[in-house]
Design a protein around this ligand. Structure first.
Ligand SMILES: [Fe+2]
Length: 312
């Protein structure tokens, strides 16, 4: 073994830490293969004490696969390289109040690209500027969730498909928003305009990995309904399943250090951002790795920019 792994946290059932990865080591095919194997097994890797550069972030990303460009956002800054995105407390970002405290970059539980037909395999996140407090990211493993759910509720969730729509506004979310959150400042970006080009996308609630494990893979952010059950009964079922998911999930909370790079499997792991106080600077860079499970589709066979009247 060229790389040494240890659990991401004591008692964690998924995710490992790997220290000492360098650009030179990543040239070694056997090291790259070990990283890929650890990633398939663990679902999340924190690379510690790596060279904190964009070049290194892109190198680590391409161990897993080719870079995928973001389907809905242009690169945050022109000077960022192709394939690199930025999450920052910009003057255009929404501000929320959580338990009476202002928070920027807060996001409910989700998986990335749920609003489009093609998911991404993975994302590598790096903290460029770490705030003095807050700004953590939470991750939860769909395999652990599936295995630990009450079998009766899990059976109800087994063959559902969930409809998602690109829509980030808090007031438009239908499920999973805690009562202690409200929007203080609306976002001033163009996502709502871009979203008009996106039909609703559908993804299975549970899927089976090529390695055989079943993954509970649904989340409330941008979820509009259960396919074929856009009614009170469907809403009640969504809420019942999501409450069971949150009851059993054993989330890992990552507190960022500047030399960390964290990669997670977007086809398995869901994530949530508690945000941080907008008085602090927080800048995160992400790269997105291509690789889909092939199970998503747009409603009514629509494509981006060709909305069917019934989906608008
Ligand atoms: Fe995300």
């Amino acid at each position: 073994m060229a790389i040494k792994t240890r659990k991401v946290a004591e008692g964690a059932e998924f995710g490992v830490r790997v220290a000492g990865i360098t650009a030179e080591l990543l040239e070694d095919d056997s090291v790259r293969e070990e990283i890929r194997k650890a990633f398939v097994k663990e679902g999340l890797i924190v690379f510690e004490d790596v060279e904190p550069t964009t070049e290194m972030q892109l190198r680590l990303s391409t161990v897993m696969g080719p870079i995928k460009e973001h389907p809905a956002r242009k690169r945050a800054k022109a000077e960022l390289q192709t394939g690199l995105g930025e999450i920052a407390a910009t003057p255009t970002a929404a501000i929320f109040e959580v338990d009476g405290n202002p928070r920027v970059n807060w996001q409910p539980w989700h998986f990335d690209h749920c609003y489009t037909d093609e998911l991404n395999y993975a994302r590598v996140l790096r903290a460029v500027t770490v705030p003095p407090e807050g700004g953590d990211t939470l991750f939860a493993d769909g395999i652990q969730i599936y295995n630990d759910m009450d079998p009766a509720i899990r059976a109800k969730a087994e063959d559902l498909r969930i409809v998602y729509k690109l829509d980030l506004r808090l007031g438009n979310q239908r499920y999973g928003i805690p009562g202690n959150i409200r929007e203080l400042r609306a976002p001033k970006d163009n996502i709502a305009e871009v979203a008009k080009q996106f039909p609703r996308a559908v993804h299975p609630s549970v899927w089976t990995r090529p390695t055989g494990e079943k993954v509970m893979h649904m989340a409330p952010y941008m979820a509009k309904c259960i396919e074929g059950m856009e009614n009170a009964q469907g809403d009640a079922l969504f809420v019942e399943i999501w409450e069971e998911i949150t009851r059993v999930m054993k989330a890992y909370t990552h507190s960022w250090k500047p030399a960390d790079m964290l990669i997670w499997d977007n086809l398995r792991v869901i994530h949530q951002a508690p945000g941080c106080d907008p008085k602090y600077e927080r800048v995160m860079h992400h790269t997105t790795v291509k690789g889909d499970y092939g199970l998503g589709y747009f409603e009514n066979g629509a494509s981006i920019g060709e909305l069917q009247p019934s989906t608008m």
